[in-house]
Design a protein around this ligand. Structure first.
Ligand code: ZN
Ligand code: FE
Ligand code: FE
Ligand code: ZN
Length: 264
């Protein structure tokens, strides 16, 4: 099974499980590597209730070390973070990237302005929004995140469909300009299986996006976005089938920022 580079820890306040339980689950799933990528702090003060605090970073490093110790060479453990793409975040991301010897960083668009649109707490705001306008903003931010060159992996493309708000017509009009920006950036995208368990009931991204990404030469990783040990590597056989149907034959591996690939 491919590596799973997108997984969380209890430090973000909405995931459960011990490092030992995640390692055991990763080994049981036969993954080629287990990557830890919790929600990164935004600034050194409180920002919202679904990420680790900056002063908890030493605990995060200990969590990673405990996973490495328990794995004892049975599976490679990789360390990263899922960072939020926010206005003027560049200096902060650079500071975070220097704070540890990361194997990779994931960039994710969860916020449009001050609205974390994927948070079920603010579902009411979707009802008041123009879906086309939200999608336009989302994909523009996604392209800008790729252009920033701050991240190795771009997280869950098309998360904006999470609660099944989709504009009418062919969605390629949203996908194409962003795919062009991602292809130029050289960043990898992820095929994130968590979407299958959300109201949208589809992996992120949609297979049409995946086909366009493959045609544009964008590299891929497959991720579970696990928030519990039993979710690690979840639905990877279906994800592999989807990736292959889109024309992919390999996924990327990351170690200290260096890339290699493994066959699907
Ligand atoms: Zn999360
Ligand atoms: Fe996310
Ligand atoms: Fe995540
Ligand atoms: Zn995520």
């Amino acid at each position: 099974m491919p590596a799973d580079f997108h997984t969380h820890t209890p430090l973000c306040h909405h995931a459960i499980g011990s490092p030992e339980a995640y390692v055991d689950a990763a080994i049981k799933q036969g993954l080629s590597a287990y990557g830890i990528s919790d929600h990164a702090p935004v600034g050194d003060a409180y920002f919202d209730d679904w990420r680790m605090l900056y002063d908890k970073m030493p605990e995060y490093f200990s969590w990673i070390e405990a996973a490495q110790k328990h794995a004892a060479g049975r599976i490679p453990i990789r360390a990263g973070m899922e960072c939020d793409w926010l206005p003027n975040c560049q200096a902060w991301i650079e500071k975070l990237s220097e704070s540890y010897e990361w194997d990779y960083l994931i960039g994710s668009v969860h916020y449009l302005g001050t609205w974390d649109f994927d948070n079920p707490k603010w579902l009411g705001r979707w009802a008041e929004s123009d879906v086309d306008e939200v999608w336009s903003r989302y994909w523009k931010e996604y392209a800008a995140m790729a252009e920033s060159q701050l991240f190795d992996i771009l997280g869950h493309p098309d998360l904006v469909k999470k609660f099944s708000h989709r504009p009418h017509g062919d969605l390629a009009r949203y996908y194409e300009p962003t795919i062009e920006a991602i292809a130029v950036s050289g960043c990898a995208i992820e095929l994130n299986t968590a979407g299958w368990h959300k109201p949208c009931a589809e992996a992120y991204p949609h297979h049409e996006f995946l086909e366009l990404a493959r045609a544009a030469g964008i590299p891929l990783v497959i991720s579970s976005d696990a928030h519990a040990p039993e979710e690690i590597g979840r639905d990877f056989p279906q994800a592999i089938a989807l990736a292959k149907a889109a024309g992919y034959s390999e996924t990327l591996l990351f170690e200290k920022g260096k890339r290699s690939s493994e066959l699907l």
